[in-house]
Design a protein around this ligand. Structure first.
Ligand code: NDP
Length: 297
């Protein structure tokens, strides 16, 4: 924080929700020179913020009236709707930013509700942990009302990079969920490796070093997979077909079981490869399993 940043208020932002993330956001906005008004279901959590210079709103309506921008950082979609719906009148003319994690359709439903009430609504997704807020590496995604984004952008950029994904309010959430899906599958892969190696006394820390080294080399391959999926390129040097990959995955499953370790997280890939082989696609690139992902066809 610089003296210049605190010298003059840049406007008033109300924050609904003072959990770990809401608190980090208020701290950052306050140190960036914004007047902040805070509301939390459990009022005691407002105390440290009031001591640090925020104002406390006793009700959501009071917070909504006070802010030029109103940011919700609550638990889930239900808690957002529970607290925003009764204050639609007070939110009129404000920019409403929902940073609570919701699914794309939940985001779209809240955007539709906001549109019905003539509200400026921006849906956001936070690609950061609370300590990362306002620091390099913190990234936030937004979608919905582009004009609302333009108005709030300066304030939102104090939290991390602010990228507008498009007018469909579900887009920020969709990207968030897609990236988190990739993340959890990657971490689950590490857990599988650690579970296998600890059967012979290798500490998870040692396996972590090996996994980090191995995956760091391989992660650029997603670019090759993407080129195949997008129909742009299928470099034969990097290609592995179903007939090759299917027994390889079967061996991983057998090896896990031999060590007395569950193969539950590996089985779905084997199932999809079996389906490709059974439908005459043994010579297809193994990443053709992506063709089996759609469930509404
Ligand atoms: P916390 O569990 O720390 O805080 C939850 C907040 O939601 C509290 O302010 C809590 O109020 C409030 N809350 C819960 N239920 C209700 C309800 N029914 N009505 C009103 N308020 C309610 O969570 P975080 O602050 O970490 O997360 C907040 C949002 O940010 C979540 O959607 C989360 O997915 C998202 N997020 C969090 C990240 C993280 O690393 N923490 C990363 C990215 C996104 P009370 O104090 O009264 O219980």
């Amino acid at each position: 924080m610089t003296a210049k940043e605190t010298a003059m208020s840049k406007g008033t932002i109300s924050i609904l929700g003072l959990g770990a993330m809401g608190s980090a956001i208020v701290d950052r906005l306050r140190e960036s020179g914004y007047d902040t008004v805070v509301w939390n279901r459990t009022a005691a959590k407002a105390e440290p913020h009031v001591k640090a210079g925020s104002e406390h709103a006793a009700t959501v309506a009071e917070a909504a009236r006070a802010g030029d921008i109103v940011i919700a950082v609550l638990l889930d979609h239900a808690s957002v709707r529970e607290h925003l719906e009764p204050v639609a009148t007070e939110l009129k003319g404000k920019v409403v930013v929902n940073l609570t994690t919701t699914t794309p359709n939940e985001s779209r439903a809240t955007a539709a509700w906001a549109a019905e009430h003539g509200l400026s609504y921006l849906d956001g997704a936070i690609m950061a942990t609370p300590p990362m807020i306002g620091r390099p590496g913190s990234s936030l995604l937004y979608s919905g009302d582009e004009n609302a984004f333009a108005i709030a952008k300066l304030a939102l950029e104090t939290l991390g990079t602010a990228d507008f994904e498009g007018a469909d309010a579900g887009l920020a959430s969709l990207k968030d969920m897609a990236l988190l899906s990739a993340m959890y599958q990657m971490f689950t892969g590490f857990l599988q490796a650690a579970a296998m190696m600890r059967t012979v006394g290798v500490a998870a820390g040692r396996t972590a070093e090996d996994v980090i080294a191995w995956l760091s080399e391989l992660i650029p391959h997603v670019g090759h997979f993407a080129a195949v999926i997008d129909g742009e390129d299928d470099d034969p040097a990097l290609r592995q077909d179903v007939a090759f990959t299917r027994p390889a995955i079967a061996s991983l499953i057998t090896a896990a079981r031999e060590q007395g370790v569950s193969s539950d997280f590996l089985e779905p890939l084997k199932k999809h490869l079996d389906e490709l082989a059974a439908t005459g696609r043994g010579d297809a690139n193994w990443i053709s399993v992506i063709d089996q992902f759609p469930i509404n066809e």
